[in-house]
Design a protein around this ligand. Sequence first.
Ligand SMILES: [Zn+2]
Length: 376
Amino acid sequence: MLDVEAFRRIVEAAAFHQLIGLRLEKADAINGVAVLRQPYRPELSIFPDAGVYHGGVIGALIDVAGAVACGLTLGRPTPTANFRVDFLRSPAKVDLIATGRLVRTGKTLAVADVEITDDKGEVYAIGRGTFSTAAAFKAIEGGAESAKARPDGSSMTVLPQIAARQEELTQWRRHLHDHPEIGFEETETARFVTQRLFEAGIEVHSGLAKTGVVGVIEGRPGSRRIGLRADMDALPMEDSGTPLWRSTFPGKFHGCGHDGHIVMLLAAARHLAQSHDFDGIVHVILQPAEEGLGGGRRMVEDGLFEHFPCDEIYALHNMPLLPKGRASVRAGATLASFDQLDVTIHGRGGHAAMPHRTIDAGLVMAYLVTSLQSLV
Ligand SMILES: [Zn+2]
């Protein structure tokens, strides 16, 4: 079933991105209907007195309708639901009605065919709306799933055996934060991790993908094997924070929170090693170079799963956008990655007084950047 709060966040995130300030008034997942309200904003109209939206806003409405379509199909078995969106400028008066159908949802993009009509039934615009299903959308979708798991909104509980050692764990994290190391250079971090695992009586293997570390914990007899994975690298940037435990290495900074990830996994590993309260084997995997350098792939190429087979593997990343105590869970890809591409634009030079005889590569680039960004 549709999680209305998650749906609200999807719609509002899309509307916020488009700067048109829509608010969700009603979401009816069963009939696939959403009602959105937009307070009248003259700056979005080409003829403010007549209340006529300009083309950019219509494009934005189509994209928001795409987002609505994604939201309405969350948690449904087939992503083909029809939908209807009423854009209101007051609770009473319907200005525009968007109807359509979700065409496809992919790993990174949802696409919806949308027709927008005015309140007299005249077709106002037809378009294909897209909405990024990566990054924020995935986080929101994950939030919806965890909200379903805990409808009372209660927080996760920390095991008392782990909570009792919070002070020590905090010190570990601050030590790592003080001494950040970037991708494939995590030698001291790996040493620290190895030491903590040894102290917990865990068998440790190091050197996979240069600085990667794997701990092996055996529970009760059993054939199942799972992997728990954390990343160890910091970012090549300055730590501009003021706390006492800020980075002591210039130009290196645990700005992504991997210092916390390491400690969370070490705490879990120690607890599992002490309790042995599970069947089979847990592989504790600390990978180097998560920040764009492919440390995980290197570990796999170096034989991670041949030496330490896993039926399933679990990873996490901190997500400050989620409410405290809430974890979002989903199988497969969860957060967006980045890629790089080079574009060369060949212009044609000329005289400033005869710009029509030139091709201004700068201008072409400016348009290209704006248009590509609208994919997001
Ligand atoms: Zn990260």
